[in-house]
Write a protein that binds this ligand. Structure first.
Ligand code: MF3
Ligand code: CO
Length: 244
């Protein structure tokens, strides 16, 4: 999982550099597909069946711009412009194990509120990572995101959640970005790996899925940010597999 995690990190670093004015989200897709193939890995999302959409996903990346929360699809006509933010989410399978990570990248200079949205979302992930320890419980991770986001006046998307990950892209448990008392609260044990992925809206929390059946956007049209890392529970504390 460390090898797949580092490959995902390398791909995202390259795409972050590429994500400038005039580049299309399909340009990012093409670059990612090439890097993953050259590394001898398989893209995790392409061909992945999602019941809610009723079909398999067709791309290596999810590229979600501005008010798009998650599952935006690469498109040669979607040209990035200054002031946009783009969430780039990708996963790979390498030697039987999955890696999954996302970043949200500003294109040129973005507004003050959007800078804060990106900072708070990134910080909420870091705080959650700090809770991925043996003996803690799942709600410690979920609550760390929730607290930081709500303390800063932003809102948490409820329709999409993080997940366990390993030999499958999505494993138990679900990892909501809020404490969901209707769910189980398992104790974390050495060897578990969680994909923690806060999706945070500048305005209201509600999400709507577009007619393309994939793209989730904010109902109020305001921006949304998304960061994701895979984190292993080890005897030495949290180990973020998707960065060096
Ligand atoms: N990172 C997301 C997840 O972990 C995206 C996967 S959806 C897919 O669930 F359909 F594109 F695979
Ligand atoms: Co994920």
């Amino acid at each position: 999982m460390r090898a797949s995690g580092l490959l995902v990190w390398r791909v995202l670093q390259k795409l972050k550099e590429m994500a400038t004015e005039g580049v299309s989200t399909m340009d990012l897709e093409v670059a990612a597909e090439k890097m993953i193939a050259e590394a001898g890995a398989r893209p995790a999302f392409k061909g992945y069946f999602v019941p809610a959409a009723g079909e398999a996903y067709k791309f290596v990346l999810c590229t979600s711009v501005n008010d798009e929360i998650v599952h935006g699809m690469p498109n040669p006509k979607r040209i990035l412009k200054k002031g946009d933010i783009v969430s780039i989410d990708t996963g790979v399978k390498l030697d039987g194990y999955y890696g999954d990570s996302a970043i949200t990248v500003p294109v040129g200079e973005v507004g003050e509120e959007t800078v804060k949205l990106l900072d708070v979302t990134r910080e909420s992930l870091e705080r959650a990572i700090g809770q991925v320890r043996a003996g803690n419980r799942l709600f410690d991770v979920c609550g760390a995101v929730e607290q930081h986001v709500t303390n800063n006046g932003f809102s948490i998307v409820r329709e999409y959640v993080g997940h366990g990950i390993g030999t499958q892209l999505h494993e138990e448990p679900q990892v909501p970005n809020y404490v969901d008392r209707k769910n189980e609260n398992p104790r974390l044990k050495e060897g578990m790996v969680l994909a923690v992925e806060p999706m945070v809206n500048a305005g209201r929390p509600e999400a709507v899925v577009l007619k393309d059946r994939w793209t989730a956007v904010t109902k109020d049209g305001r921006n949304s940010a998304h960061f994701e890392h895979c984190v292993a529970v080890t005897e030495n504390g949290p180990w973020v597999l998707t960065r060096p």
